[in-house]
Design a binder for this molecule. Structure first.
Ligand code: ZN
Length: 144
């Protein structure tokens, strides 16, 4: 491996799948087989916080949803939770399964972000880490 060999690293395992079974990347949630509640991110231990039963199984979520809210951030935030470029946008997307996802938005033009507009899942670079590796995360992009 060369010294300039950069790796692509997922921000967190288990957020999404790129399994060839699906035509495009898909988020992974948990569905409760007892009460029907759906969660994202998926819950590793299998317990439903809604009905207190251990009845969760993985569910592959839709790749398109509806924008519920968004904010465009112009300055690098403090707190050490976001290291990507600014400006950036984040907010909430509702998926058809009935789960609300907190997400970063990517858009050629942030004016394309509108509440109620459809948005599509993309896997995109978040930032570089200290070694120059690319940290990848999921984002939603407005459909215009
Ligand atoms: Zn439940």
């Amino acid at each position: 491996m060369g010294v300039n060999q950069k790796k692509t690293i997922r921000l967190k395992e288990g957020f999404w799948t790129t399994d060839s079974e699906y035509a495009e990347p898909r988020l992974i949630g948990s569905k409760c087989n007892n009460c029907g509640e759906i969660f994202f991110p998926k819950k590793e231990k299998g317990w439903c916080i809604h009905c207190q039963q251990k009845a969760l199984e993985d569910i592959i979520l839709s790749s398109e949803g509806k924008i519920i809210s968004f904010s465009v951030v112009m300055q690098q935030p403090g707190g050490g939770f976001y290291f990507g470029p600014v400006p950036y946008a984040y907010g909430q997307v509702d998926l058809p399964e009935g789960v609300r996802v907190i997400t970063i938005f990517t858009a050629k033009d942030y004016n394309d972000l509108k509440v109620g507009r459809k948005a599509k899942l993309v896997i995109d670079k978040l930032c570089d880490d200290q070694d120059g590796n690319e940290i990848m995360t999921f984002k939603f992009s407005p459909l215009v």
